[in-house]
Design a protein around this ligand. Structure first.
Ligand code: ADP
Ligand code: ADP
Length: 237
């Protein structure tokens, strides 16, 4: 459902960040992309939701060649793809549930957007997402009262509320302590299994990648140097 064919990405300053990437990713996979800082992991993820444009080759998502998409098509693509960042991107001064409800804003009619009114159904869906990541009891707590791990779960709940088929996570556990990082990786696994969402995570902790993901893709200097089941990874990467 995500297919890279001979994809190259060169930044405007001339730096080639991706070289001849060929990958085929199926619905429901849990993939860890590993590699050193600067290897091209972040660039690769950002090409999938058109935060970056590829320079050569073809990149298709659910059969659609995404470089051909324009404004509306790009918005539809991004609705299908949830993106999670290391820095959570939450509004910390407001409650957890309000942060999750933000997921519904793009689809709301203008008058509800301006008044900030949410339906009972939207509230129910937001609470369900919080329940999925085990922080339902924090729904009415302000985000700045939560630990880093709990905040990452709020970000994950917001993404789930959007009901995407694909979740891309750029170093989601990099700023977390080891215990919390394991819990967040476990959350991703549960979501992957129970909701059949495709999960692709950039991570530089090789042990965590091997422990949770089912497939590992190793990137070095913009090239795929390993691609296979996590059980079979050795020191090739
Ligand atoms: P990773 O996520 O593995 O750390 P990145 O994808 O962020 O790697 O970066 C890959 C390479 O592309 C690095 O050399 C980085 O400096 C470079 N790079 C990233 N973003 C840009 C940009 N906007 N313009 C130019 N070079 C960039
Ligand atoms: P990340 O945590 O995603 O790896 P970075 O600190 O590498 O972020 O980069 C932060 C921002 O700077 C990103 O938007 C990235 O695209 C851009 N960037 C990274 N490297 C370069 C570079 N060599 N030249 C220009 N922009 C860059």
């Amino acid at each position: 459902m995500i297919e890279f064919k001979q994809v190259h990405k060169q930044y405007p300053n001339g730096l080639v960040a991706l070289k001849d990437i060929n990958l085929s990713i199926d619905q429901g996979e849990y993939i860890a992309i590993i590699g050193l800082s600067g290897a091209g992991k972040s660039t690769l993820l950002r090409c999938i939701n058109r935060m970056h444009d590829i320079s050569e080759g073809t990149l298709t998502v659910e059969g659609i060649e995404i470089s051909k998409l324009k404004g509306r098509g790009i918005r539809q693509l991004r609705r299908k793809i949830g993106m999670i960042f290391q820095s959570f991107n939450l509004v910390t001064r407001i409650s957890v549930i309000k942060n999750v409800l933000v997921a519904f804003v793009p689809e709301m009619p203008f008058w509800r957007k301006t008044l900030g009114i949410f339906t009972e159904d939207e509230k129910r869906r937001a609470l369900m997402s919080l329940d999925k990541v085990g922080i339902l009891d924090k729904a009415y707590v302000r985000v700045d009262q939560l630990s880093g791990g709990q905040q990452q779960r709020v970000a994950l709940a917001r993404t789930l509320a959007q009901n995407p088929g694909i979740i891309l996570a750029d170093e989601p556990v990099a700023s977390l302590d080891p215990v919390t990082a394991n819990q967040v990786m476990e959350d991703f696994r549960r979501i992957n299994e129970e909701m059949n969402m495709t999960v692709i995570i950039n991570i530089h902790h090789v042990e965590l990648a091997l422990a949770y993901a089912t497939r590992v893709i190793g990137i070095r200097a913009g090239e795929v140097v390993y691609d296979g089941p996590s059980q079979e990874v050795n020191d090739q990467v």
